[in-house]
Ligand binder design. Structure first.
Ligand code: TRP
Length: 335
């Protein structure tokens, strides 16, 4: 059976959105709007798997919404909403959890990393995180899920759960959603350590470029970014073992819409100093207008809330039907 193409993806509202979120995720979603029905969620329920300040959580939910729109996600063509506004996510998550053996969940590397050594202190929500993620996607019969490499394992679990459900009831009800790894710089690394992912939780703000950083801050962070003592190489292969050079050239290529080879050729033999000046100019010219638009949007929370409300209504229309059909297949009585 074939399902119409439907794209679903989401970002957690847990803090500063940075260049990694933009180049690795949000920016790559924009062209998908021309190819399929697109649903972009702010996954606030997933954010609760770590402690969140109640006031900040609301602000950050609006901020991610603003980032989506400023980056080019059109709230008319796409459905933009926050997860908790559609209760069916939680309900389907419970149902799907009943088809997910512990053995599958125990393999999830993200849980192992985040739970750390004190496994007994990890909350149930963190363990069940991938089941909620499967529910997010399957609630809309999502077929394509643009995500970073680190989410591929969760996508596989979503496929496994969908398959287990379909087999149990001998139906072809849920599609098996496919990961879409998009974009030249899917992995943007820290500016302070080219072997670590750029992250909102890094203690140093110099490790990342935030989407709302002003021009001077962006330029300063790039100027201070870690490098190595050699000039830039003339082949991409020579970037092996030079994580900082590799990262900065990758960022340049992604921002310029070039391949890594093109960016390498452009700066071959140059010192970092002149390359960094060009990288700073390019970063400011791409991120400047997006950051400014984000700030403008965030300044009008009422407008953002209207967009989210409308998005939630449209999401409801799809989700409620899929949930009702799921309940019916399972045999839950709707008196
Ligand atoms: N787990 C994803 C991340 O951290 C966020 C997410 C939640 C998601 N639900 C989703 C992504 C559904 C894609 C589809 O990046």
């Amino acid at each position: 059976m074939s399902f119409p193409n439907r794209v679903f993806s989401g970002v957690q509202p847990t803090g500063n959105l940075h260049l990694g979120n933009y180049l690795g995720a949000i920016r790559n979603w924009v062209p998908l709007q021309d190819q399929a029905e697109t649903i972009f969620c702010i996954v606030d329920l997933h954010a609760l798997t770590a402690p969140q300040d109640p006031v900040l959580l609301k602000t950050q939910t609006r901020e991610v919404t603003a980032a989506y729109i400023a980056a080019g996600i059109d709230p008319e063509r796409s459905i933009i909403f926050n997860q908790s506004a559609v209760a069916a996510h939680s309900e389907l998550s419970w149902l799907l959890g009943c088809y997910a053996p512990l053995g599958w969940l125990n393999r999830m590397t993200q849980f192992k990393e985040k739970a750390g050594k004190q496994r007994d202190n990890a909350v149930l929500g963190l363990y069940a995180y991938p089941v909620l993620m499967a529910a997010d996607i399957l609630l809309y019969k999502g077929t394509h899920v643009p995500v970073g490499e680190d989410q591929k394992q969760h996508l596989e679990l979503a496929r496994d759960i969908a398959g287990a459900f379909n087999r149990r009831y001998e139906v072809e009800f849920f599609p098996l959603p496919e990961p879409q790894i998009l974009g030249a710089a899917t992995r943007v690394m820290s500016l302070r350590d080219g072997t670590k992912k750029m992250s909102k939780s890094d203690a140093s703000d110099y490790s990342r470029i935030n989407m709302t950083d002003d021009a001077d801050t962006v330029a300063l962070k790039i100027q201070k970014a870690k490098t190595d003592p050699h000039p830039l190489p003339d082949t991409a292969a020579a970037l092996d073992g030079r994580p900082e050079a590799d990262n900065l050239l990758g960022i340049y290529a992604a921002l310029a819409g070039q391949t890594r080879d093109q960016a390498v050729a452009r700066f071959a033999g140059q010192p970092f100093s002149s390359f960094k000046r060009e990288l700073a100019d390019l970063s400011v010219s791409v991120l400047g207008p997006i950051g400014a638009e984000m700030k403008r949007l965030v300044g009008d929370p009422g407008h953002i809330d209207k967009i989210l409300k409308r998005g939630a209504e449209r999401a409801h229309a799809i989700a409620d039907k899929v949930l009702a059909d799921t309940q019916d297949i399972i045999g839950l009585l709707k008196p």
